[in-house]
Ligand binder design. Sequence first.
Ligand SMILES: Nc1nc2c(ncn2[C@@H]2O[C@H](COP(=O)(O)OP(=O)(O)OP(=O)(O)O)[C@@H](O)[C@H]2O)c(=O)[nH]1
Ligand SMILES: [Mg+2]
Length: 620
Amino acid sequence: MARPQMMAPICLVENHNDQLSVNQTAIEILDNISQPVVVVAIVGLYRTGKSYLMNRLAEQNHGFPLGSTVQSETKGIWMWCVPHPTKPNHTLVLLDTEGLGDVEKGDSKNDSWIFALAVLLSSTFVYNSMGTINHQALEQLHYVTELTELIRAKSSPNPDGIKNSTEFVSFFPDFIWAVRDFMLELQIDGKSITEDEYLENALKLIPGVNPRVQASNLPRECIRHFFPKRKCFVFDQPTRDKALLRKLETISEEQLDPMFLEQTRAFVSFIFTHGKIKTLREGIKVTGNRLGTLVTTYVDAINNGAVPCLDDAVTTLAQRENSAAVQKAAEHYSEQMDQRLMLPTDTLQELLDVHTACEKEAIAVFMEHSFKDENQQFQKKLLELIEEKKRMFMLKNEEASDQYCQEELNRLSKAFVENISTFSVPGGHRLYMEMREKIEHDYWQVPRKGVKASEVFQSFLQSQATIESSILQADTALTAGEKTIAEERAQKEAAEKEQELLRQKQEEQRQLIEAQERSQKENLEQLKTKLMQEREQLIKDHEIMLERQLQHQKALLEEGFRKQSEEMKEEIQRLNSIVDDMKKNSGSFIGRILSEFATLIAAPILLPVMVVKSIVSAFK
Ligand SMILES: Nc1nc2c(ncn2[C@@H]2O[C@H](COP(=O)(O)OP(=O)(O)OP(=O)(O)O)[C@@H](O)[C@H]2O)c(=O)[nH]1
Ligand SMILES: [Mg+2]
């Protein structure tokens, strides 16, 4: 099923008795979505109209349940997958979360985890709040300051010394602040400002040492640092009528404040147009089934007392998908070989040519569906699988040829064999030889006998050797001398045929070695292309990180925060030198991996190759 159709939202992450768990039914739904996903998550204080806004994104009145009392309605994280309204073949995944800061909740730790999960899973993260963006609103957003403790980019501390949080920009979502029941005029010093300017103004650091100011500066810094792409939407009250407010989902659009309606439409349209596909680092696009794996990996980590880690999640994804990619590629090889080969093939070379073409395609299928194949272990597995399959096709080819040759030879030699006694007459040996030569001639006229043609005929000749000799000896038309000459000729011819057969085998071994060399070359070439692409993407990721750091540093300097700006210098220098090194060393880095892989794939094949080579030299 490529197109998801969910009639209603479903709980994705349950939050029961302060324990998070993944709902398997929701994972199964995601597993069936192979389309890329645009994921919008909404987070914010409880009872602030989050679920209502998410229903607007699903273009529905009902869906995520709203509550009209002060008791919080949504628990855990709920999911609704709908076809993307403007991007064909994409799925829009809406994640509605449990309201933060509910006083009725005992433990607030899960609030932090829900916040972190929403950040990790979404490509657009909506922070929803009521009223205005003031000190209080920013203090309530303290969860953002905890993210460095709750999310890890790499499983072990960065060997290159880059801070964990610096890496956030390479996989964090775009940030939208939705301000509900906004009553103020968008003006500063009498001048109209946009919503985005309103947000940026609110995020400017406030000078001073007042602890309250410092407390709200930290979330400001974190938002600016972790979410370089920011947007703000303000909303009027949906209606002045309190009774209607409590049952918003039941009222028609005409009953809503036109301004609110317009603002909601602008918000929805922005997300439909600009909401990006969820992307992990290095350009890895998230599909529905990948999202399912991510949720499971992250929630497992939390439940095991660990910190959800992007790299670990990517490794899990890669393991799962690379092994599926091996299967897919191997199946492609088998299917194509089945389709393109007509057994028996005329020569071994004919089979090997088809094999080379099919293997090339299979490697391409693997490359398309795999990523981060550490030590190329999956590619090696594919190579071994294809080698095994190739041997099986060769065996089948030999069997088909053997059977066909036997049948043809039986047909051609039937009368000859049945009437063998008729040669026991004077001059019978000459007749026998003429008949046998005719059979041989006719046999070689039969097309597409395949790789076993000579061998089968050779066995036939061997089976005739004693008969021929007795016919010769019994032939009274020949002198003893003529018989000796005939005997010697027969032996010479047999030896020549034997030699010819060995030459054919030798030639076939040479073709096999060549095919293996072609295969290794193809594997290395396609790996090289893939490694270059991955490397380019990695460099791009680091360049983006660097650019964001520079932007942030510049903004701090412009706002007069020289000290903070100076503090960023070291990290920027580190990033700069990493990017430089990566660019400089790309060639040698890829070269090293390729040569390691070349040794790895040569080893298991080399053994038969060496055996083959010794066989070949024995023939010389
Ligand atoms: N004042 C006001 N009320 C709203 C708005 N949007 C929805 N409501 C009403 O607020 C109540 C709560 O709405 P929900 O959408 O359930 O809010 P929520 O943030 O999802 O609530 P929790 O899931 O409990 O955290 C309902 O009665 C809605 O009708 C809004 O923009 N302003
Ligand atoms: Mg809700």
